[in-house]
Design a protein around this ligand. Structure first.
Ligand SMILES: C[S@@+](CC[C@H](N)C(=O)[O-])C[C@H]1O[C@@H](n2cnc3c(N)ncnc32)[C@H](O)[C@@H]1O
Length: 308
C-alpha cells in the first residue's frame, strides 16, 4: 500500500476558495506539504470564470491531527498580509468515505470539446461525436489532467495546431510527455499518429492512471508510461510536451532541451501569462526559439523549436 492509503482509511477533503492569481502558490504549498496532487477547478471554464477558484487537497486524519493545519493557517495569514484582498474564510475540512473519491470526480467531469477535434469524455458518460472528432476517454483516478484545466486545454490546442499534417509511417514523430498525469496528452499524441510516446511522471498514481487510460483508448502499444522525470527517458524526441508549473519547468530546462532533437519541438504549459517571458528566455538560452504562444484566461502555453 502506498502513502495514499488505498485501503479502508478515511480521507479528509480540504477546500479553499482562492483568487485565480494565487492558485499556483496555494497548490504548490499543499503539494509540498502533503506530497500528493491538488485539485483545482471551477475557474477553469473560460465561458464563465468565477471570481474565486476552488482548490482541494486530500489528507489523512493523522496529517490533520499533526502540524499541517497550523502551517496552512500561517501560510494563509502570510498571503493575507501580502494581498489584503485574499479571502479570510478558513479552510473547510470534510471527512470523505473512500468511495467519495470516484463519485466526486464523476459528478464534476462531464464530456466536453477542446480545440477543433478533441472530444474528452470519462468512461461513465456518453458523448455524441461529430465527424472528425477524436475521442479521448479519460478517467482521472487520482491524477491531474481531465483536459478541462486551461493548461491542459491549451496544450491540446497547440498539439493539434503544430502536428505535422499528412505525415505517415516513418515520418510520424516520437513524443515525450513529461508530467503525464492522467496521460491525456500522451493518448492525444498517440491518437494523432505518433510513432511512439514515452510518458513520464514522478507520481505513482499518475503512472497508474496513464497506463489505464492508454489501455482504454487502445494506444497501449504506442504509449510507454514510466515513473520518473525527463531523465527516465533516453534519447532525443521529435516532440516534447510538458504541462508542469513554472519552477519545475525552469529546473527541468536543461533536461528537456536534451530530450528534444535539433529541429524538434517543445510544447510547454502550466504557466501564468506573466511567467511566459521568463520561461521563454530560459529556453532560448538552451537553443530554442518561440514560434507560437497561446493564451486562455490568465494562462499561457509556448511552442518552441530547437535550433538545428
Ligand atoms: C499539471 S499536471 C499535468 C498533467 C497532464 N500532462 C495534463 O496536461 O493535464 C503536472 C504533472 O506533472 C507531474 N510532475 C511534477 N513534477 C514533475 C517532474 N519533475 N517530473 C515529472 N513529472 C512531474 C505531476 O505529478 C503531475 O502529474
Amino acid at each position: 500500500m502506498d502513502e495514499k492509503n488505498r485501503g479502508d482509511e478515511k480521507w479528509i477533503e480540504l477546500r479553499l476558495a482562492v483568487p485565480p492569481a494565487h492558485v499556483e502558490a496555494v497548490a504548490a504549498f499543499l503539494a509540498d506539504e502533503l506530497g500528493r496532487g491538488v485539485v483545482t477547478g471551477a475557474w477553469i471554464d473560460p465561458e464563465a470564470p468565477p471570481e474565486l477558484a476552488d482548490v482541494r487537497a486530500y489528507l489523512t486524519p493523522a496529517e490533520r491531527a499533526g502540524g499541517f493545519p497550523g502551517r496552512l493557517e500561517a501560510f494563509l495569514r502570510g498571503l493575507r498580509r501580502l494581498y489584503p484582498g485574499f479571502p479570510g474564510a478558513p479552510p473547510a475540512y470534510r471527512e470523505l468515505a473512500e468511495t467519495d473519491w470516484s463519485e466526486g470526480w464523476k459528478r464534476d467531469f462531464a464530456p466536453f470539446r477542446v480545440g477543433r477535434r478533441w472530444l474528452v469524455r470519462p468512461s461513465w458518460a456518453a458523448a455524441a461525436p461529430r465527424p472528425g472528432d477524436v475521442i479521448l476517454q479519460i478517467d482521472p483516478g487520482r491524477a491531474f489532467g481531465t483536459g478541462s484545466h486551461a493548461t491542459t486545454a491549451l496544450l491540446l490546442e497547440l498539439l493539434e495546431a503544430v502536428w505535422p499534417a499528412g505525415e505517415e509511417g516513418a515520418g510520424r514523430p516520437a513524443v515525450l510527455d513529461v508530467g503525464t498525469g492522467t496521460g491525456i496528452l500522451a493518448v492525444a499524441a498517440a491518437r494523432l499518429g505518433a510513432a511512439a510516446v514515452t510518458a513520464v511522471d514522478v507520481d505513482p498514481d499518475a503512472v497508474e492512471a496513464a497506463r489505464k487510460n492508454a489501455r482504454v483508448n487502445g494506444v497501449a502499444a504506442v504509449v510507454r508510461v514510466v515513473r520518473g522525470s525527463a531523465d527516465a527517458a533516453s534519447g532525443a524526441f521529435d516532440l516534447v510536451l510538458a504541462n508542469i508549473e513554472r519552477n519545475v519547468l525552469l529546473d527541468l530546462a536543461p533536461l528537456l532541451a536534451g530530450r528534444c532533437r535539433p529541429g524538434g519541438r517543445l510544447l510547454l504549459s502550466g504557466l501564468l501569462a506573466a511567467q511566459g517571458g521568463e520561461v521563454a528566455a530560459a529556453f532560448r538560452a538552451h537553443g530554442f526559439r518561440i514560434d507560437r504562444e497561446a493564451r486562455r484566461d490568465e494562462w499561457c502555453a509556448l511552442s518552441l523549436v530547437k535550433g538545428a
